[in-house]
Design a protein around this ligand. Structure first.
Ligand code: ATP
Ligand code: MG
Length: 558
């Protein structure tokens, strides 16, 4: 953990310190991260799992990974594997402590029986429609005609529910708490329901499944979790969490503490919505580089350091807030600026012919791989009479203040020579097909011998020594800053221009065997990485991770 994080505190750590000072749990701290394996992790989950893992680390404790698979629908081993991979990618580790909520079904059932025996749970026959109808409101208590069913009858019915004697919906098991409570979660909540669905680990062994609010505190207590950290929407469930802990004969007494969810503008952080984007084909998959999933961010070019920095710097809050997507990008730039190798690539190429440069000659310029990090060494870049430059680095009729190539204008070819543009060739449609210039042969390395000023510097690649590439240029997946707002049709907020695919781009030959874990700065253009699915030697495909221009950093300077 970085020193600045270790030094900092937050309200959760303050609360834990108080518990330790009061001698609770013998000073032990144990947390858990409980993802539901029904989708891939997104960056919002990183907030939760960082809080869980860093809190454990901070207090010398451990953090369990627990798959919350009590709901049999929609859960899948594909997600179980991907979630583990994503957490490891971030650099967190649960050691041997990986659990499945469903492994506690037997124990959970026994606790339910114990509640029935204490007169604290009963089998109810209200249909879902009646349940809603009898729920009451703030000025009227709920009603349940089955509350006073005798214990023996409850035990018998509950066992027969388990044995599969009744259809779905016929009975539920409910806690007997308080039908008049101002907190509706306490109005005799359902603890168990009947579902005839095959479970991904339990098969058809169970046809009754515990509700989250019942299962979760029990799972925490069985594992010896001391602090059950969860997002703010569970605040109203805390009284029920505590009720379960107090009334079931559980082996330990965990404490639930809530923190704010992370929101980010221009994206959605809800598995249900992300799933829709995938299933309805708005993106190419969970790992589409525009997705806020960890696999999407990784494929886009994000690094674990950038993601963790972003999460740690957005802090642990008590009130929900929305972070700026620009800040996430800022954190990526910061990391890549320090670590990415600089190379040259031309996305929209036009040929530049240096008419006074000897035909057939090749020379090499030594350039630093990363000026921010001398340890990255140098490489040789080849140069010849014909180069590719960006087509917008030439204007036949320049706009004011344009300091790149135009007839008569002088430009520095990055790291090589100064050249003066002499004209261009156009096709029958008026499109520029070649640009002509003359090299100042005295300016090798890019410095004018007479010290004259040359304002513009452009990048280039050698036509004799470059590779073709496809480059995918991304922008925000949504054009609306708040597509996640309740009531909004988030599909209608999608940005139709979020992906632009450029073909026929030209990159330095040194990228021939670039691997998908590598990140590069394409000079003047941004940070890029080979696409982990589609790029291969001989068919290079790069993703733009982020542009160079940091408007977030500019706005937040000082
Ligand atoms: P979602 O449906 O939004 O993807 P979830 O809560 O249904 O989230 P889980 O797999 O159950 O998904 O999430 C595991 C943990 O991650 C939960 O404790 C949940 O509160 C937390 N979590 C999910 N989204 C966020 C978020 N945006 N910010 C902070 N914590 C989050
Ligand atoms: Mg959940």
């Amino acid at each position: 953990m970085p020193e600045e994080i270790r030094e900092k505190s937050n309200f959760i750590w303050d609360a834990i310190r108080e518990d330790i000072a009061a001698g609770k749990n013998d000073g032990r701290v144990q947390t858990r991260f409980p993802p539901e394996p029904n989708g891939y992790l997104h960056i919002g989950h990183v907030k939760a799992l960082s809080v869980d893992f860093l809190t454990a680390e901070k207090f010398g404790g451990v953090c369990n990974l627990r798959f919350d698979d009590t709901n049999p629908a929609k859960e899948d081993v594909e997600f179980v594997d991907a979630i583990q991979q994503d957490i490891h990618w971030l650099g967190f580790d649960w050691g041997e402590r990986m659990f499945f909520g469903s492994d506690y079904f037997e124990q959970t059932y026994e606790y339910a029986v114990a509640l029935i025996k204490k007169g604290l749970a009963y089998v109810c026959e209200l249909t879902p429609e009646q349940f809603r109808e009898y729920r009451g409101d703030l000025s009227h208590p709920a009603v349940s005609p089955w509350r006073d069913r005798p214990v023996e009858e409850n035990l018998d019915l509950f066992e027969r529910m388990k044995n599969g004697e009744f259809p779905e919906g016929r009975y539920t098991l409910r806690a007997k708490i308080d039908l008049a409570s101002g907190n509706f979660n306490m109005r005799d909540p359902v603890l168990y329901r009947i579902r005839y669905i095959e479970h991904h680990r339990q098969g058809t062994r169970w046809c009754i499944f515990p509700m989250y609010d019942f299962a979760h505190p029990i799972q925490d207590a069985i594992e010896g979790i001391t602090h059950s950290l969860c997002s703010l929407e569970y605040e109203d469930h805390r009284p029920l969490y505590n009720w379960v802990i107090e009334n079931c004969p559980v082996p330990s007494h965990p404490r639930q503490i809530e923190f704010a969810r992370l929101g980010i503008n221009y994206t959605v952080l809800s598995k249900r919505k992300l799933r829709r984007l995938v299933e309805e084909g708005y993106v190419s998959g969970w790992d589409d580089p525009r997705m806020p999933t960890l696999c999407g961010l990784r494929r886009r070019g994000y690094t674990p350091a950038a993601v963790r920095n972003f999460i740690e710097r957005t802090g642990v809050a008590k009130v929900n807030s929305t972070a700026e997507y620009g800040f996430l990008e800022h954190c990526l730039r910061e990391d890549l600026n320090a670590t990415a190798r600089r190379v040259m690539a031309v996305l929209n190429p036009v040929k530049l012919v240096l008419t006074n440069y000897p035909e057939g000659q090749t020379e090499y310029f030594e350039v630093e791989n990363n000026p921010e990090n001398a340890a990255d060494g140098v490489r040789k870049v080849s140069f010849s009479r014909e180069l590719y430059i960006e087509s917008d680095d030439f204007m036949e009729v320049p706009v004011p203040k344009y300091n790149r190539f135009y007839p008569g204008g002088e430009v520095r070819l990055k790291g090589a020579y100064i050249a003066r543009c002499t004209g261009c060739k156009k096709d029958e449609n008026g499109r520029v097909t070649e640009v002509y210039a003359e090299c100042d042969m005295e300016s090798r390395g890019g410095n004018a011998p007479d010290g004259r000023k040359v304002r513009g510097t452009i990048h280039w690649v050698n036509t004799q020594d470059c590779l073709d590439a496809e480059v995918r240029v991304y922008s925000n997946l949504f054009s609306d800053p708040d597509p996640d707002a309740s009531g909004k049709d988030f599909i209608a907020c999608l940005n139709p221009d979020s992906l632009k695919t450029l073909h026929g781009c030209k990159v330095e030959r040194c990228l021939e065997n670039a691997s998908s874990g590598e990140r590069f700065q394409f000079m003047r253009l941004g940070y890029f990485c080979p696409d982990s699915r589609d790029s291969a030697p001989g068919r290079l495909v790069f993703n733009r991770a982020v542009t160079l221009k940091d408007s977030w950093g500019k706005q937040h300077k000082g």
